[in-house]
Design a binder for this molecule. Structure first.
Ligand SMILES: Cc1ncc(COP(=O)(O)O)c(C=O)c1O
Length: 440
C-alpha cells in the first residue's frame, strides 16, 4: 500500500465537507410528520385524555410501540429522564436501597436513583461497553434491590441474558434503559422486552424523535398501571379521561410528565420509519467495521447480534491512550468531523456525562434538598458511594483508549468511502510507527 501523507502532517485531507450531523430520526423527517402534526392541530385536541375531537394519538402510539417491541404495555411520557423516574417509582425504589448502574451511562440514570432517595452503585463494563455480569455480581449487597441495564451507543447489551440471570438469582428488578437503542434487538428480541420495565427517550438525538418524549414499557399489568398513574397526577382515569379515586392501589403521587398529542402524532410516523432509520445506520456502520477488521491492533466493540445493532455509533479501541489520541486527531484532520454544533468523532474521555466519573454531582454527593438528601439519610448509612475515577478500571481504560464516531442515518456511499479511506490512511501510518517505537 502506498502511504499517503497525513493531513495532520501537512498532506491533503480526505474531505473538506463536514459529515452530516447525527440525529438519526431527524434525517428521515419529511411532510409526513408535518401532516401528522397539522392533523392534530386541525382537530384542536392537544391533550391525551380528552378534547374537542380527541384523536387518541398518544394511545395509538403506545399500542403501536408495545406491539413493535413485543411487550404487553407502554405508557408514553415527556422524556427519557421522566421515563426512568416513573419506572423507579413504580418499582418502589427509595431510601435504604442500592441500585446498580453502569460506568458507561447517561447522567439521568444516576439522577433517577438519587432523586428517589436511593444510592447508585457503579458496576464496571466489559468490551461490550455495557455492564459486565461478573462485576454486577460483585457489586450486589443485601441492600441491592435492582439494576439498570443501559443499552449504550446504539447496540444492545451483549450479555443481556447473563445480566438477567444474575439479577434473577438475587431477586433484583431489572430496568432496561433503551434511550440510545430504540429498535435494537438480540436474536430477534427487542430491547425493552427483557427486563421488568424498559425506558425510552425520544429526544432529538434518538433513533425516533419528537424533539422531546419518552416511554415506559412493561409486561406486568400492575407495574404498568402504577406507571400510568405516576406519569399523570398519581391516580387512575375513568372512561371520560377524568381523575378517578376508585382504585385504592392507584392513589399515588404523580410526576406530571404526560406526553401530548402533537408529539405522539410525530412519533407514530417516526416509528413507521424506524426500520429504515436503523437499517441505514446499521448498513453504514458495518461497512466501516468490516474495513477495520484487517487491523489486528484495532479492537471493535463486542456486539452480541450485529443484525440487532441500531448502528448509530461506531466504537473502536486502541492498544494505548496515546494511540487513540493520535488516531482521533489524525482522523479529524482528514475531515472526519461534522459541523461544530454536532458530534462525530471523539476520544471517549471527552464524552461528558456519559462517564460515571465526569458526573460532578455524583462524585461530590450533591444533595437534592440542600440538606444532604439522600446521602445522609439514616437508611443510607454505610452504603457504598465512591464514584471517583478508579472505581471501574475496565471502563476507565476503555474510555481513554476508544474513539466514538457517530453514524448518521443519511450517510452516502461517498461519506462511508471517505471514512474508510481516512481510517486506512491514518491506521497504516500510526499503527506501524507505534510498533517501530516499541521495538526501538
Ligand atoms: C441512556 C440515556 N438515558 C436517559 C436519557 C434521558 O433522556 P431525555 O433526554 O429524553 O430525558 C438519555 C438521553 O440522552 C440517555 O442517553
Amino acid at each position: 500500500m502506498i502511504r499517503e501523507k497525513l493531513a495532520i502532517d501537512g498532506g491533503k485531507p480526505v474531505r473538506t465537507e463536514p459529515l452530516p450531523l447525527e440525529f438519526p430520526g431527524i434525517h428521515q423527517m419529511d411532510e409526513e410528520e408535518s401532516a401528522a402534526v397539522l392533523g392534530v392541530l386541525k382537530h384542536r385536541s392537544l391533550y391525551r385524555y380528552y378534547g374537542i375531537e380527541l384523536q387518541h394519538e398518544v394511545e395509538k402510539f403506545e399500542a403501536e410501540f408495545a406491539q413493535f417491541l413485543g411487550v404487553q404495555h407502554a405508557v408514553a411520557v415527556g422524556s427519557g429522564t421522566s421515563a426512568l423516574n416513573v419506572a423507579l417509582t413504580a418499582l418502589r425504589v427509595g431510601p435504604g436501597q442500592e441500585v446498580v448502574i453502569p460506568a458507561y451511562l447517561w447522567v439521568s440514570v444516576a439522577a433517577a436513583v438519587v432523586n428517589q432517595g436511593a444510592i447508585p452503585v457503579i458496576a464496571d463494563i466489559d468490551e461490550s461497553f455495557c455492564i459486565d455480569p461478573a462485576d454486577l455480581e460483585k457489586r450486589i449487597t443485601p441492600k441491592t434491590t435492582g439494576v439498570i441495564v443501559v443499552h449504550m451507543s446504539g447496540a444492545p447489551a451483549a450479555n443481556v441474558l447473563e445480566l438477567l440471570k444474575v439479577a434473577r438469582a438475587h431477586e433484583l428488578f431489572v430496568v432496561e434503559d433503551c434511550a440510545q437503542c430504540a429498535g435494537g434487538s438480540v436474536d430477534g428480541r427487542k430491547v425493552g422486552s427483557f427486563g421488568d420495565m424498559g425506558t425510552f427517550s425520544f429526544q432529538m438525538n434518538k433513533n425516533l424523535t419528537s424533539g422531546e418524549g419518552g416511554c415506559v414499557v412493561a409486561n406486568d399489568l400492575r407495574l404498568y398501571r402504577r406507571a400510568v398513574a405516576i406519569q399523570d397526577v398519581g391516580f387512575g382515569r375513568d372512561e371520560a379521561g377524568r381523575m378517578s379515586f376508585s382504585d385504592p392501589e392507584l392513589c399515588l403521587w404523580g410526576k406530571g410528565c404526560r406526553l401530548d398529542e402533537l408529539r405522539a402524532s410525530i412519533l407514530r410516523v417516526q416509528l413507521r420509519k424506524l426500520p429504515r432509520t436503523i437499517g441505514n445506520m446499521n448498513r453504514s456502520k458495518y461497512r466501516i467495521r468490516r474495513a477495520l477488521e484487517k487491523y489486528p491492533e484495532v479492537q471493535l466493540r463486542k456486539i452480541a447480534d450485529p443484525t440487532g445493532d441500531t448502528g448509530c455509533f461506531l466504537i473502536s479501541t486502541y492498544p494505548a491512550p496515546d494511540v487513540a489520541e493520535r488516531v482521533n486527531a489524525a482522523l479529524r484532520a482528514e475531515g472526519i468531523v461534522t459541523s461544530p454544533q454536532g458530534l462525530s468523532n471523539i476520544v471517549m474521555t471527552r464524552w461528558g456525562a456519559h462517564l460515571y466519573y465526569n458526573i460532578v454531582s455524583l462524585v461530590d454527593h450533591t444533595s437534592v434538598d440542600g440538606h444532604g438528601f439522600p446521602w445522609n439519610l439514616a437508611e443510607n448509612a454505610g452504603l457504598a458511594r465512591d464514584y471517583h475515577r478508579g472505581v471501574c478500571p475496565v471502563a476507565d481504560s476503555l474510555f481513554e483508549r476508544s474513539i466514538l464516531i457517530a453514524i448518521p442515518s443519511c450517510l452516502t456511499e461517498k461519506d462511508e468511502d471517505d471514512i474508510i479511506h481516512a481510517f486506512d490512511k491514518v491506521l497504516s501510518t500510526v499503527l506501524p510507527m507505534r510498533s517501530l517505537i516499541a521495538v526501538s
